[in-house]
Ligand binder design. Structure first.
Ligand code: OGA
Ligand code: NI
Length: 344
C-alpha cells in the first residue's frame, strides 16, 4: 500500500492525492493565493561587509531594527564562500536522490538521536503529518559527530563539515553583533551558551499534488539561539508580521537569519522569536538547510541581568537547555511558543 512508505520522497510517485493523514482541518489550511501572488513583502536585507569597517555601528543598528520588528533578516556578504554553499546544496540533493534503501539506513523517529533521517516533525506526538522529509545532524563539536553522518554520497562528510565550520564562524559573528545591539558586551551571548551546540537540518519538500491541504512545516518558533537558513530557489517560507503571513522570496547568495527562543529569553523579551512556516507547491521540489545554533545541553539560560530593571522585571525563570529542548520536541509544533512555558 502506498501510504506504507515512511518518507514523502518515496510516497509521492505512488499517489495523485494527498493521503488523509496529511490533510489539515478546515480553518487551518495554507493560503495558496498568497504564495502565487507576484507581490511579496520583504524582510530587511543587511550587508555584513560593514561589520568589519567603520560602519559597524550602522550595521548593528540595522540588526537591532530587524530583530525588534521582524525577528528575521537576510544577509549578504556573509563570508561563507560560494563554493562551500554550492557543494552543500549539491550533496544534499544527491542524498535525497539516493535509492530509498540507501537513505533509509539513517532513518529514526527518535528526536533525541543525534543523526537521523525522518519525516514530518515528530510522528510520535503529532495528529497531522507534514509534507517534509529531513536529515538532521549535530555538527559541533564536529569530531564528536562526524563519524555518525551518512557516508553516502561519498563527499557528504567532507562537504557538510566544511559548510558547518564556515557557518559556525558566521554564527559567532552574528552573536557578537546581536549582543552589541542589545547593549551587552560583545561576547555576552557567546559566554551564555556553555560549550555551544550546532545542529543542521536538510529539509526536503517534494512536490505535492494538493498543496492547499497541507503544510511542509506548520507555524512554529525555533527553540534554539539563532537559525541561519540556506534554501534553493523555490518559494515556500512565510514569516508572521503584524498578524499577516509574509512570503519570503529566495534571493541568491543570501542566508535568512532568525531569532530563536533563547535570544527571546536572554534579551528578556526585547527580541521575539517569530512564528514562521513552510508551504509546499505542486511543481517543484524545495530544499532548505537551516543551521540551528544553540547552547550546549548543560547551559543555564536566563535573562541577561543588564536587561532587568524595575520597568523590565525578569520574564523567564532559569532553566537548562536540555530541559527546554526536550519540551520542544515532545509538545509538537504549535502557535503557542514553547518559551511561554518558561515564564517567570
Ligand atoms: C525549520 C524551518 C523553514 C523552511 O526547519 O525550522 O523553519 O523554509 N524551516 O524550510
Ligand atoms: Ni523554523
Amino acid at each position: 500500500m502506498a501510504t506504507m512508505k515512511p518518507l514523502v520522497t518515496d510516497l509521492v510517485s505512488t499517489i495523485n492525492h494527498v493521503p488523509s493523514n496529511f490533510i489539515r482541518p478546515l480553518g487551518d489550511r495554507p493560503d495558496q493565493l498568497q504564495l502565487q501572488s507576484t507581490i511579496h513583502d520583504f524582510i530587511p536585507i543587511i550587508d555584513l561587509q560593514g561589520l568589519n569597517s567603520s560602519n559597524r555601528s550602522q550595521v548593528i543598528q540595522k540588526i537591532e531594527h530587524a530583530c525588534q520588528n521582524y525577528g528575521f533578516f537576510q544577509i549578504v556578504n556573509h563570508g561563507v564562500p560560494e563554493g562551500v554553499v554550492a557543494n552543500m546544496m549539491k550533496v544534499s540533493k544527491e542524498f535525497f536522490n539516493l535509492p530509498e534503501s540507501e537513505r533509509m539506513k539513517n532513518y529514526s523517529d527518535d528526536p533525541l538521536k543525534t543523526t537521523r533521517l525522518s519525516t514530518s516533525f515528530n510522528l510520535k506526538t503529532e495528529k497531522v503529518s507534514n509534507w517534509r522529509d529531513y536529515l538532521r545532524l549535530h555538527c559541533h563539536p564536529l569530531e564528536d559527530y562526524v563519524h555518525e553522518w551518512p557516508s553516502n554520497p561519498p563527499s557528504f562528510r567532507e562537504d557538510v563539515a566544511e559548510y558547518s565550520k564556515q557557518v559556525r564562524k558566521l554564527a559567532l559573528r552574528l552573536l557578537e553583533a546581536i549582543s552589541e545591539s542589545l547593549g551587552l558586551e560583545k561576547n555576552y551571548i557567546n559566554k551564555a551558551l556553555g560549550k555551544h551546540g550546532q545542529h543542521l537540518a536538510i529539509n526536503y519538500y517534494p512536490p505535492c499534488p494538493e498543496p492547499e491541504l497541507t503544510y511542509g512545516l506548520p507555524a512554529h518558533a525555533d527553540p534554539n539561539v539563532i537559525t541561519i537558513l540556506l534554501q534553493n530557489d523555490v518559494v515556500g517560507l512565510q514569516v508572521l508580521k503584524d498578524g499577516k503571513w509574509i512570503t519570503i522570496n529566495p534571493v541568491p547568495n543570501t542566508f535568512i537569519v532568525n531569532i530563536g527562543d533563547q535570544i527571546q529569553v536572554i534579551s528578556n523579551d526585547r527580541y521575539k522569536s517569530v512564528l514562521h512556516r513552510a508551504l509546499v507547491n505542486n511543481e517543484k521540489e524545495r530544499m532548505s538547510i537551516p543551521t540551528f545554533y544553540c547552547p550546549s545541553p548543560d547551559a543555564i539560560i536566563k535573562p541577561a541581568p543588564q536587561l532587568i530593571d524595575n520597568d523590565h522585571p525578569a520574564q523567564y525563570k532559569e532553566f537548562d537547555y536540555n530541559e527546554y529542548y526536550k519540551k520542544f520536541w515532545n509538545r509538537g509544533l504549535s502557535k503557542e511558543t514553547c518559551v511561554d512555558m518558561f515564564k517567570a
